[in-house]
Design a protein around this ligand. Sequence first.
Ligand SMILES: [Zn+2]
Length: 495
Amino acid sequence: MARKTFTVHTSLLFDPKKKAFVENVSMEVDRVGGSIARVFSRDDDDGDEIAKNDDDIDLRGKVVLPGFVDSHAHIFIHSYDERPASEQMRDVSAVERIVRATNHARAALLAGYTTYRDLGTEALGAADANLRDCINRGITPGPRLFVATEALASSGSYETRVENRSLGGRGTGIGSGLTAPRASDAADGVDGVRAAVRRRVGDGADLIKFYADYRRKIGPREDGDILFPPARRNPAVPLFTQEEMDAIVSEANLAEIPVAAHCGETRTALMAARAGVTSVEHIFEDTHAVADELFAALRRGNVLWVPTLAAAELLSRPIFEQVKASVKRAHASGVRFAAGGDTGTFNHGLNARELEVMVEAGIPLVDVLVAATVGGWEACGGDRSGFRFGWFEHGNRADIIALDADPRDDTRALRKVSFVMKDGQVWKHRGQPVADMVPVPQWPDSNGGSSDGGGADSDECIDDGEPWTNLSAARPHRLSMSVPLPVYQPRNAPV
Ligand SMILES: [Zn+2]
């Protein structure tokens, strides 16, 4: 009979609480509860002695970290290079988007991401709450999802972009009556946004995401074919008043869930920080002129900045250097970060690019690793999330990953994830996905009475306690994983 615990041995481990790499640590994992039962240091490393139980896992020689948290992801979106966001929202079937999302979840898990903050399904309602539940029930593998369902925005702002109003959206009233799926939960006024937060909670949201600002125009994007464009083609403008933002946070606090604010611009980041959000996302506008005021507000409110640098690298190339400079300046001033790439704008499984760019921006590696672990846990609400993860301690989730290279020496080490455990279950070992990715039913043994179908009527099947129709699909059968894994190919970026 299997032991209640097994032990994971490491020779080099990153401790986010100490912000340091430590040597010769072992961890007992509770195989039933999927948590860490004990963390202990080994005085001396005496070779074969320590790995004496068959089910212990020897990760000596690798670099071990807590499973990563992607604090800004969209599980239902895939690379904009493959298909623009507007088309994914408007044209792709719900079934295809959901099937793709299961692949995204596997790819993220195999890349060492054991937790995701899903910041909006992008026109798929509250489907991320359903996918979260499927993963939690063991139906399909993936990161532990904390989901926003639909983002909040004010009326007529964050919408599926359809230039042809005659489809039947707002406008002339001409048209066929077709409407594009909604991309956000539109709400206005203090009472209206409170009601919207309640709707999100009712739909299963673990956190609230709102658009503090957004581009309101459909046509003249940066790359649009306008003959005589205005000086500012399509600036982001605030979508909510300060009172509305305050009400969103206040209502989310009643539900004990965190709030993430999309802020392209500094003035709305200031408003969101004053409202008391958990995190601000992006801030691609130059912070130079308002750095002191903005960074002080972030520090004062203990607001995490999720700068989504990987998305900036791919989608906002002209301002990429300026965004990195902002992030470096904020770090130097004491602003704290969580790491999330706006993953989905590029493919899931390439999540670590965000961490690489944070390092390239000048943030010390240990602080980047903290942002990717403990910072992510805080972004998910900390203890309000109902779990502890992101560092190694008794009672925490047993989310353990290992790299084949040392990130202090190798700038691409974070791509070299060779081992992944989530909730005490191993999903990748020796660089390969374990076979148990997909649960499929199994025929009973020959004594089961039904596999040959001969002579056993349905009553007998029930009597013998093993009718084949009830064989659990939740017991994983060995089946190799056939999901295509993404390859990192940025459009313009040097790698
Ligand atoms: Zn996003």
